[in-house]
Design a protein around this ligand. Sequence first.
Ligand code: NCD
Ligand code: ZN
Length: 376
Amino acid sequence: MECVRIEGRAYVGGRFTRVKLGKEGCRTLQFSNDYLILPGMVDLHVHFRDWGLSHKETLTGGAAAALAGGVVAVGDMPNTKPHIRTAELYRKRLEEGSKLPVTYRLHMGVPGDLAELDAAKPGSVKVYPEDVEAYGWGHVEALMRRCAALGCVVVFHCEDPAYFKGPERPPEAELRCVERVRALASLTGAMVHLTHVTLPQTVEASRGWATVDVTPHHLLLDVENCRDPGLCLVNPRLRTPETRKALLAALAAGLVDIYATDHAPHTLAEKQSSNPPPGICSLDVALSLLLALWRRDVITLADVVRLYSHRPARLLGVNTEGTFVVVKLEEFTIRGEEFAGTCKHTPFEGFRAFGRVVATATKGRIYLKGEGVYSL
Ligand code: NCD
Ligand code: ZN
């Protein structure tokens, strides 16, 4: 494989500097100041599906979407078919993920038998509202105790199903879950991460005992500006414009720890059906949506790197050294048909974004968009 070397302007350690990346003797690619080099991004919440759900997305398709979006490491979710609740399935999936061109981590599903945790030693466990329904809060408490002892992070999709009203999932379900988990965290000493939080009150309430992430869709889409019944359906639900803007204000105030997509692919036919499944595709463009907030002065470039690289890398235990992404500092319009993954539809269709990803480098290779793969 031919090797290349990259020269250009990078944002490193909080300042802009010119860098040369790669080995001497390789063909040099010069990037002008219309481009910017950033550390590789890390998305701690994706659904790469595969297994029984490969018509929605595959591990390779998901990895292609990640590389297209400047993402070099992912935290995959366990709600595959079957759901990953045993050490055996956990190891099998990790083994498959380790072959991907991106760094692969997996959040284990809640096991019925907690001894599975001792055998699997996962870095993190993902708790769904469905797990609370199936096993009860008592089991969640026991799981948190075990994780406190083993050092795993307990990642919550925090909505208490007791407050669902039929198909409706009101904000109250999130508020009540956060209260409950806060009490359990102090009781058990478990490390807690609250994923895809939607309310500014949750961000506020998490201080000191949990980390939180927010998604591009809860920051940018709401029940007014996103109305397609299929494409806009997601769990937790999109909120009112007021709530969304308050969440964005919390991000701008530096109160949010992490940005993560919850990239959750379904087929277009499924999303357009009379009973669409929840989930939004955004992995290809999540970095550019975040950079658009920098462009609009809502957040700083330091925030971008902290939210979508440093902090999630720390949570997943991933080293991003030697990884980078090159973006072209221009505005562009999002087109799902240009996505590299299996999923090519998105409620962000037609949205303006900033910072087009032109190259992603990780695991000793660089993926140049429209050109191919080279060694570094
Ligand atoms: C998730 C999925 O499709 O896997 N969907 C979503 O809207 N976030 C599952 C879920 O969280 O219910
Ligand atoms: Zn999810």
